[in-house]
Ligand binder design. Sequence first.
Ligand code: ATP
Ligand code: MG
Length: 483
Amino acid sequence: MTLFTELQMDEQTLQAVNEMGFEEATPIQAEVIPKVKQGHDIIGQAQTGTGKTAAFGIPLIEQMEEDEAHPQGLVLAPTRELAIQVSEELNRLARYKGVQALAVYGGQEISRQIKALKRRPQIIVATPGRFMDHMRRKTIRPKYMKMVVLDEADEMLSMGFIEDIETILQEVAEERQTLLFSATMPKRLQTVTSKFMHQPETVKVKSKGLTVSNIEQRYIEVPEKQKFDTLCYLLDITPPELAIVFGRTKRRVDEVSEALTRRGYAAEGIHGDLKQAQRDKVLRKFKQGTIDILVATDVAARGLDVSGVTHVYNFDLPQDPESYVHRIGRTGRAGKEGIAYSFATPKERSHLTFIEQTTKTKMIRQDIPTYAEAMHGRYQQVVNKLLETIKNEDVQDLESAAKTLLSGHDPVTLVAAALKMNTNEPERVEVHLTEEASLRPKKPKGGGRKSRGNQQPRNRKKKPYKKTRQPNERYGNKRKKTV
Ligand SMILES: Nc1ncnc2c1ncn2[C@@H]1O[C@H](COP(=O)(O)OP(=O)(O)OP(=O)(O)O)[C@@H](O)[C@H]1O
Ligand SMILES: [Mg+2]
């Protein structure tokens, strides 16, 4: 156990950490914070939800000069939502210092960001595409950056992002400190990292597998056509506080969230084709609990930290074991418990085994739940609601009506009828989902991943960064499939 007071942090950061409710440092924080302060380049690997953000955030904040005219710290993140979240966490940590973080990401008006940059934030948290836009416009000058963090580093160095990252790093001062963080760090990345890191130290928090032990992992072998009813039955049997359902494609996400809504669940979808304002709105509703089910592509798989997510459902298995680790890691964070269900079609058995082997975990097999179990779950919810009403509400005005009813009817029959009346039968509403093909194991070769679809071929020659580009030219917009 390491206390934050043992990590030679300054008073202001200690106070902020205290107010955030952190009592002791997590293992990755205890190991990384002193090492970063000593000036090392770090490759940090620790399981999902174990506080990697503060592990790089605290030393990053503490090394910023408060009066510098240019940003000196850069955090790159793969999604807009993650960039926002990381900047918020940094600002909480920096609350008592004269240090500020600003998130810049695609989908938000660039003029608004340029205005915000005038307030001279010390730290920029960015998605790579938008950061390059600012680089070209010279609204951010990377050469003053003395620390660069790649959050979700393996994702950032995969095929979809590597060229952008190289372009950015070429512009950042050579004597910078570079930090890489992720819950998954495939060995094949080592060759890539040696190119732009200076004698990096690897800090890997010891664990049995890649996933945290407080997530109960289950799988259900279920034919494609039965997946949706299975999901609904599970939701009925154990209603989650908040749940994320991962689908393979954007169409899938749209169809599943619509179907859930039709069946009466409070669900909405999030994926890369939605306008940023819509993505923000959906995530906000989820965090507030206005909706309790978020249906998502892998856009929500990495880094997102929403407290109260008790369940993750892999409606479709992910292609990569790494993606499995990150998806299920949206629950069981900061020591809390969580449950992850993965649906595998009979043809996907071997893919499931491949995921288990790579992540060094074992999923518990569970049978497809039955209609009767789902119905029981639904009754139970009505019973709970009834008991809550008795506890929390004044029902006096209905008591004489109740007495009249009771005088003419058997009380058990009466309550049973009331329960039945209030319970909707599952499956009553017909829904239609387009079928997805089953997956087969696909072992990744070399340095990149293949899941990002229509990206450029991996060994394509690197495009030199041209300073003559027009500022408003969309950089490489033909290049990658968003999720
Ligand atoms: N020392 C601590 N004590 C208690 N809670 C902490 C501590 N450090 C971080 N947390 C909280 O734990 C949660 C998870 O942290 P964080 O998002 O940094 O995890 P992560 O390791 O980056 O996970 P992922 O791999 O999914 O990105 C956050 O809500 C964070 O505020
Ligand atoms: Mg993280």
